[in-house]
Design a binder for this molecule. Structure first.
Ligand code: SF4
Length: 374
């Protein structure tokens, strides 16, 4: 049995998390939201694998219309990921069970409008449509105001500060049906962020995950390291294992999540947690509807094969699926790639190297990697 922190109970559709309820396992559709057949297929496959909650991104009114259409064909518990366009909540709230917003994305639209007004708007909509919410803080897209306040070496405090600030504002607005996440691609930083938040606000339910964990098996191992540490301390009410997978294999995220929970429950955990700091660290995003070229998934796997020769070097390579979050999410990598429809952008230690065709990028990456480790 897993001992759990006494967080408050919140209802998300027919799923209840917090207050000792079973830890819910989630995933996110990676197919374009507007591709109704493909997305419905993915929802059904995730449900079949035992997903409790399924997240779907909505970036545009087209996505919103597609999500409403999807709702007509499924009873799955759906969370909408608002990404940058927070005003889509108004259209979508009547059709979804949960709204996820990222505090670090609120500034993109209506820049002059204070963030508190934007969150009040979201809370009013969620409250009047029986929706739960998630404050989803992500290391690659932290609120720029928070980043400015702290030294660059400290990437955890801005995340925790942002999550605490938004939680306090939701409390002041009288809305308590929310959970929080603080994801980093480094399992150690993820653990640190969640522990600090849970110490400050032990009653708030937490959604756990390591962002951009990469491909299996390494991506599962990174997530396992963080989840063992957190769940072993009673922290966590819902989880996601984020993996870079072909669309037809996305359900493996759910299987991995259930397996990790089962292992923790049965006591099959590591006694010594080792995260290979001196090894090649490959980070890749789990993809979502923002991917403009599905070749990204194949590319991530090819990057792994092509760079194996450098496995004993402390180099971080990040491969991201889109041009929107890619530039920010690769900031801390030694070599960062982010994918557009026809070109893959390459950055070396913060400096853009260029944009290369999909059949050119691996050679160019190889060149940069060899020069880095030589
Ligand atoms: Fe989606 Fe882009 Fe994030 Fe990948 S980097 S999960 S494609 S938003």
């Amino acid at each position: 049995m897993i001992q759990r922190n006494p967080t408050r109970e919140i209802k998300i559709g027919h799923i209840v998390i917090g207050n000792g309820n079973p830890i819910a396992v989630q995933s996110m559709c990676a197919t374009p939201t507007t591709d109704i057949d493909a997305t419905l297929g993915q929802i059904r496959s995730l449900e079949g694998a035992g997903a409790d909650i399924i997240r779907i991104a909505a970036d545009s009114k087209k996505d919103a219309r597609a999500l409403i259409e999807l709702r007509n064909h499924t009873d799955a518990v759906i969370s909408v990921d608002l990404q940058e366009n927070y005003r889509l909540a108004q259209i979508l709230a009547p059709h979804v069970d949960k709204i996820r917003y990222n505090p670090g994305h609120l500034y993109h639209h209506e820049r002059a409008k204070p963030w508190k007004d934007k969150v009040r708007y979201l809370v009013d909509i969620a409250g009047s449509h029986d929706c739960a919410m998630r404050i989803g803080v992500n290391a690659g897209s932290v609120d720029p105001d928070k980043l400015e306040k702290y030294p660059r070496e400290d990437s955890i405090t801005p995340m925790v500060d942002s999550a605490l600030e938004h939680s306090e504002w939701l409390d002041q607005l009288g809305y308590s049906r929310y959970c929080v996440s603080l994801k980093d691609s480094d399992p150690r930083k993820t653990v640190d962020a969640y522990i600090r938040f849970a110490q400050a606000r032990p009653e708030i339910p937490l959604h756990l995950g390591v962002t951009e964990a990469g491909m299996p098996p390494e991506g599962i191992e990174k997530t396992r390291i963080a989840l063992e540490q957190l769940i072993g301390r009673g922290i966590g009410d819902t989880i996601r294992v984020s993996l870079t997978l072909p669309y037809e294999d996305k359900h493996l995220e759910i299987a991995a999540g259930h397996q990790i929970l089962q292992d923790i429950s049965d006591g099959r955990v590591r006694t010594v947690v080792h995260f290979s700091e001196d090894k090649l660290n490959l980070i890749s995003c789990p993809s979502c509807s923002r991917v403009e070229n599905e070749a990204f998934i194949d590319l991530a796997h090819k990057v792994r094969e092509r760079t194996r020769y450098a496995e004993n070097h402390a180099v971080t390579i990040a491969v991201m699926g889109c041009r929107v979050n890619g530039p920010g999410e690769t900031d801390d990598a030694d070599l960062g790639l982010w994918c557009g429809p026809n070109y893959v952008n390459l950055k070396r230690q913060g400096e853009k190297v260029g944009a290369f065709k999909y059949d050119e990028i691996l050679d160019r990456l190889d060149e940069e990697l060899r020069s880095l480790i030589s």
